[in-house]
Ligand binder design. Structure first.
Ligand code: SAM
Length: 457
């Protein structure tokens, strides 16, 4: 049952009364479309399926399979993402031509849908700072980033106010704000139970706080994408209008195809182009409820004043250490290798100095690619290296397992040793790497991380 005051509030959205009724029926039905976005760095050929119209990598599935029982899900070959959210891909493609490396902040990032999308479309020489303020959620975000395996992301666990230390640092900031979740009513009945007009007011105030905390970190001329999964104007257009009244904002042109079913709108600014907003209604698009606005920070002088670093994190590697890890990389000439404590990490050379600036100022949980430790010049590889898209497969024997055996590996069970080569093996299923296993004579040591293992299935 939808809350009566929610139904009443729909009259403010601009939808006519017939559409409001259809929307309420749709929200009550409980049938949600299932969509996934594949990882082009791990799967070269586009899979079969109906495409999500505004995304190059997204497509719909006819039914919801058990993703946990699909080894490719654990290999980061695809991410299960609600289709409307994939519109961020269209925004990025409309604004950035891929020619230059970008500094991107995804401020409210867990569990990682938009961060993995941004990391994919931004290119490997860009950096995505995927931030999540709630620690337990930030840990899940880090798991998903490692699984996606691109190496151009830093996962941070900071309050939005901490980004003041990075004045004018980012080219693009996405604020996928915590909201009252009206657009998720059919997908998540809990959102319906927690909804109230007071919750809407609280969310709107918190969103304004988040926006003002992070605004200074955006460079003049940079882009802010503000989004929610709710319909009310307070958390959406009214917050965008509040931003335009208090900060120098201007609109940006984004084309959309009328057949997509997205409802376009505008929020006026005092003397610049109006800010375009996009509304996704589940009765009109094949996706959940979603709102987003694309705002350019009006021009001005870019200041490059960074706060003093809080600490030094990285230590450089020796030539000998580099020689030991290079064979594990398809394109080692693109990489910069560095120590954090005893562990070796790999970063794209172009992004390394940005990664360092972030690591010295924020609370970083994970960044780049964790490679492992060297013992007498021999690498003991860590799990994220197995999932790195540019791991050189010829560096190590591959154990290609059938689906059932691969699932047993993911349950951290023993694997028949005759399937393995003596020493370290890269476990794969249908060509996609899942992790490491070591054969020592007649026994094997399953090195899949125990905190990731599939349980009870
Ligand atoms: N962008 C994510 C994705 O696509 O997978 C979903 C983000 S979810 C809509 C909003 C996130 O904001 C949640 O992970 C939540 O923990 C976080 N959050 C909650 N309170 C916050 C606050 N005060 N400041 C910043 N983020 C907050």
């Amino acid at each position: 049952m939808l809350p009566a005051s929610f139904v009443e509030s729909l009259s403010d959205t601009g939808l006519d009364s017939a559409s409001q009724q259809t929307l309420c029926q749709t929200l009550g039905q409980g049938e949600t479309p299932v969509s996934i976005r594949f990882n082009p760095y791990k799967l070269q050929d586009r899979p079969e399926g109906e495409p999500v119209p505004w995304s190059r990598y997204g497509f719909y599935l006819n039914e919801r399979p058990s993703f946990t029982l699909d080894p490719w899900f654990h290999a980061g070959v695809y991410y299960v993402q609600e289709a409307s959210s994939m519109f961020l891909e269209h925004i990025c493609r409309s604004l950035f031509d891929g020619g230059r490396s970008l500094r991107i902040l995804d401020l409210c990032a867990a569990p990682g849908g938009k961060s993995t999308l941004l990391a994919t479309v931004a290119g490997l020489e860009s950096i995505v700072v995927a931030n999540e303020v709630i620690r337990s959620r930030a840990l899940t975000l880090a798991d998903n980033i490692r699984k996606w395996g691109l190496g151009n992301v830093a996962v941070t666990n900071n309050d939005p106010s901490h980004f003041g230390a990075l004045e004018h640092w980012f080219d693009l900031i996405t604020v996928d704000a915590p909201c009252s979740g009206e657009g998720m009513f059919r997908k998540n009945p809990e959102a319906t139970a927690q909804w109230s007009p007071q919750a809407v007011e609280l969310c709107a105030a918190r969103q304004r706080r988040i926006l003002s905390d992070v605004w200074e970190a955006l460079r003049p001329g940079g882009i802010l994408v503000y989004s929610t999964c709710t319909f009310n104007r307070k958390e959406n257009e009214e917050n965008v209008a509040w931003l335009a009244e208090n900060y120098d904002c201007e609109g940006v042109k984004i084309e959309t195809d009328p057949t997509w079913g997205i409802v376009r709108g505008e929020v006026p600014t005092e003397d610049a182009d109006p800010i375009p907003v996009f509304r996704f209604y589940p009765h009109a698009v094949r996706g959940e409820g979603f709102f987003c606005a694309v705002i350019r920070k009006a021009g001005g002088r870019i200041r490059n004043r960074l706060s003093k670093p809080r600490r030094t994190i990285f230590a450089e590697t020796t030539r000998q250490e580099q020689a030991s890890v290079k064979p594990w990389f398809g394109q080692p000439e693109w990489m910069h290798f560095a120590h954090i404590g005893d562990q070796l990490y790999g970063y794209y050379e172009q992004a390394y100095s940005s990664m360092r600036e972030i690591a010295e100022r924020l609370s970083v949980l994970y960044s780049g690619i964790l490679i492992g430790q060297l013992y007498h010049g021999k690498l003991k590889p860590e799990h994220p290296l197995a999932l790195f898209h540019d791991l050189d497969r010829t560096a190590i024997p591959m154990a290609e397992l059938d689906k059932e055996t691969a699932l047993n590996y993911l349950r951290k069970q023993d694997i028949p040793v005759e399937l393995l080569t003596e020493g370290m093996n890269l476990v794969c299923c249908e060509g996609a790497p899942l992790g490491w296993i070591k054969r020592i004579g007649n026994r094997s040591n399953n090195l899949y991380p125990k905190e990731l293992r599939i349980q009870n299935l």
